[in-house]
Design a protein around this ligand. Structure first.
Ligand code: AHG
Ligand code: MN
Ligand code: MN
Length: 329
């Protein structure tokens, strides 16, 4: 059994990056413990607050955010953190080398029903010579990430991690250590499984309706195979399934809020998940362009997401090339 830290060191990972990832895992272990206590600790339910994106905060959104913020800012390697649950970035050591963005608790509508949730994180470096303590430091395309990953709090707690050399998975043992359980994960190139919130069907672009319609037509339709569908409403759990057995997951643009490019957030969800998926041989797109090529304009920027098995994502993109878009740019 290989420990997370020693595995990374043996694979020539920058020692400061290893230290930062270990710090992140201190926070994630604490979140895992809080989640395990559940109703016993009185941590279910919502707060009276909404976050900057107008969403009601669950108690555990706030608890997880506070744990991550406190633990990370205590590490002098950290220059600043940006979170889905914070209006603005929070800064730590002015000389710190790293920036961390995170979705402290993804899928938090699942907490009260005891279904899987997760923490998603992305690590960037402070660009050389850049002015310190500025939100602009974070506005780097996903291709600049030096590491990304998530911890899925499911029946077991699993870290999926990339430092740009493939994707590895580590499971939290009863000893409190993350131990290597899957090395160099590769997503199958083809799939018969898709994940989308079907209740938004009437709000999608014509291209998305055509694509999903053809999947539903099964073996008699143009895609000539029978598909299965899943929707957990927890991106971490969906991406974990895709990394484990393939599939396509999408949360596309829709006309409910036409000015927003999508529901999910580029810096906390889109970019880190895209890095994992591409490092595992899959594809991640807005339906039109690679997510990690986007130049972020704003820290809480939204993005349309479609990711997973390479051939399926390519097929989806072809539908979007073939059908005129209704999105106003
Ligand atoms: P969060 O809990 O961080 O706000 O993210 C929820 C996201 C994502 O995890 C999931 O795929 C999607 O929102 C679920 O959306 P619906 O409620 O529309 O199904
Ligand atoms: Mn989320
Ligand atoms: Mn969240």
């Amino acid at each position: 059994m290989q420990l997370l830290g020693s595995y990374l060191k043996h694979h020539d990972t920058d020692t400061e990056l290893v230290e930062l990832i270990e710090t992140l895992m201190v926070a994630c272990k604490e979140i895992a413990l809080q989640l395990r206590e559940g109703a016993l600790a009185g941590i279910h339910g919502t707060t009276d607050n909404t976050n900057v994106q107008g969403e009601t905060q669950k108690k555990l959104d706030v608890i997880s955010n506070d744990i991550l913020k406190e633990v990370l800012l205590d590490n002098p390697l950290v220059h600043g953190v940006a979170s889905e649950e914070e209006d603005d970035p929070v800064f730590g050591n002015p000389e710190g080398r790293f920036l961390v963005t995170f979705d402290p608790l993804d899928g938090s509508s699942n907490i009260d029903i005891n279904v899987s949730v997760g923490t998603i994180f992305s690590i960037l470096e402070v660009p050389e010579g850049a002015p310190r303590n500025s939100v602009d430091l974070f506005l780097q395309p996903g291709r600049k990430q030096v590491a990304a990953g998530y911890v899925l709090y499911g029946p077991s707690a699993v870290l999926a991690l990339t430092t740009g050399r493939g994707v590895n998975m580590f499971t939290l043992a009863h000893t409190g250590d993350f131990l290597l359980t899957r090395e160099q994960v590769q997503i199958p190139h083809t799939t018969k499984e898709f994940a989308i919130n079907m209740s938004n069907h009437r709000h999608w672009e014509p291209a998305m309706r055509n694509y999903i319609g053809d999947l539903l037509a099964g073996s008699e339709g143009p895609r000539a195979k029978n598909y299965n569908m899943r929707w957990i409403a927890s991106m971490v759990a969906e991406v974990h399934r895709v990394l484990t057995r393939g599939g396509i997951f999408t949360y596309p643009w829709d006309s409910r809020d036409p000015q927003k490019p999508g529901k999910l957030r580029l810096m906390y969800e889109g970019n880190p998940m895209s890095m994992l998926i591409e490092q595992a041989g899959g594809l991640s797109t807005t339906c039109y362009e690679h997510i990690m090529d986007i130049d972020p304009q704003e820290i809480h920027q939204r993005v349309a997401v479609a990711l997973g098995s390479r051939e399926e994502v390519e097929a989806l993109m072809q539908y979007h090339r073939d059908t005129p878009s209704v999105i106003q740019q």
